[in-house]
Design a protein around this ligand. Structure first.
Ligand SMILES: C[S@@+](CC[C@H](N)C(=O)[O-])C[C@H]1O[C@@H](n2cnc3c(N)ncnc32)[C@H](O)[C@@H]1O
Length: 363
């Protein structure tokens, strides 16, 4: 029996079906347009004040076709992101909220949009026409550049302030290097500086994560700063190259669950145990997310429905393995680290308090 003959639209009056179903597409369309406004730079331009449609199109014409800009502006007005009076366009309060939350859009739409589309493709094993179950070990695509930029933009509201507070512990007479592993676009470095920290910052990105990915400055009108100064090296290789009298604190912010899924628990334990034996490593600051997808609070909150529902889905289907706080605490202790502090990041940035920051020192 074909799928189509199992269920017919006769069972549901079409007007009622559309009333219930189309808001889902409205959310999708508005979110896609919001993302495009962010990426093109139109969002910032509109948030800055009133402009004529013609001026806006001229401003971005070098990078985008007028038809695209015109269409985006029209949709933005329809979605309540901008208003149009005569031919003057102004960003609304809603648009300014989108600009402030740009990281969430860049991560979920720019970074994981390709993943969510690919998830619907049946996976076939070598036997023709045999559909296999998907596990969480599959290689669905993602746009890592957007994941990194979006994640760092989000972290600047919650994880980075908490990490900096913990790093203050190490502001001793000979301050250690802050080694930010899986640093994304490296924006923790400037963030530390703006807070007046004297700690020397080094961001590293492991070239094996996406070997073919060129390390490039983020581009476009909404550029969040370049990636210059980020070392493309593995954590193991970087630490091996440290001088005997150098000291460092390793930051792993939303990275450990990726290493766990990609390499397995054994190799992760080996890596951490090695660091616990190394006098050059004075401590670790780790940020992780509690895996609580069945938590009823998710459905009752804006951040649950708008963000965490998708975030957990992405972790179900990609090479990332979120683990509960108790797992990490046991792992750190087994590997020879003492837990000095554990905090949730600020409630403003994470109302559900699912993000956890651990401060560890060598035992
Ligand atoms: C979600 S981003 C986190 C970016 C940033 N640390 C933050 O706090 O927002 C995850 C980062 O982990 C890195 N990553 C993924 N797998 C890794 C691995 N096996 N070893 C080191 N870094 C990895 C990615 O390149 C990416 O920069």
């Amino acid at each position: 029996m074909s799928v189509l003959s199992e269920f017919t639209m006769d069972d549901v009056p079409i007007d009622e079906a559309l009333r219930q179903a189309l808001p889902l597409l409205e959310g999708y369309g508005d979110a896609m347009v919001a993302y495009a406004l962010i990426r093109t730079g139109l969002a910032n331009a509109l948030a800055a004040g009133e402009k004529s449609e013609c001026d806006l199109i001229t401003e971005f014409a070098a990078a985008y076709r007028p038809a695209v800009l015109k269409g985006l502006i029209r949709h933005a007005v329809g979605a309540g992101l901008a208003t149009k009076r005569a031919s003057q366009i102004t960003g609304t309060e809603r648009l300014r909220a989108v600009v402030a939350s740009a990281g969430w859009f860049r991560l979920l739409i720019g970074g994981y949009g390709p993943t969510l589309l690919a998830m619907a493709e049946p996976e076939r094993d070598p036997a023709p026409n045999q559909v296999t179950c998907k596990g969480n070990d599959m290689d669905l695509p993602r746009n890592l550049q957007e994941v990194k930029v979006g994640s760092c933009m989000m972290s600047s509201y919650g994880a980075f302030p908490a990490v900096c507070d913990m790093l203050d512990t190490f502001a001793c007479p000979t301050p250690p290097i802050v080694l930010d592993v899986g640093c994304g676009d490296g924006s923790l470095g400037p963030f530390l500086k703006r807070r007046g920290s004297q700690l020397r910052y080094v961001g590293i990105e492991d070239p094996r994560v996406i070997p073919s990915e060129p390390l490039r400055a983020s581009s476009g009108p909404d550029s969040t700063g370049g990636e210059s100064g980020i070392a493309r090296v593995s954590l193991k290789d970087y630490v091996a190259g440290l001088a005997q009298d150098e000291r460092c604190v390793i930051v792993l912010s939303f990275v450990l669950h990726e290493i766990l899924a990609q390499h397995g628990e054994g190799p992760l334990r080996e890596l951490l145990s090695g660091f616990a034996q190394d006098p050059r490593i004075v401590g670790l600051v780790i940020v992780e997310v509690d895996p609580a997808p069945t938590n009823a609070r998710l459905q009752d909150s804006t951040s649950g429905r708008g963000y965490y529902n998708l975030y957990y889905l992405i972790h179900d289907i990609t090479k990332q393995r979120l683990m509960p706080r108790a797992f990490w605490e046991r792992l750190f202790a087994d590997c020879g680290f003492n837990l000095l502090d554990v905090e949730h990041i600020s409630e403003k940035a994470d109302p559900l308090r699912l993000e956890i920051v651990f401060l560890l020192e060598r035992g």
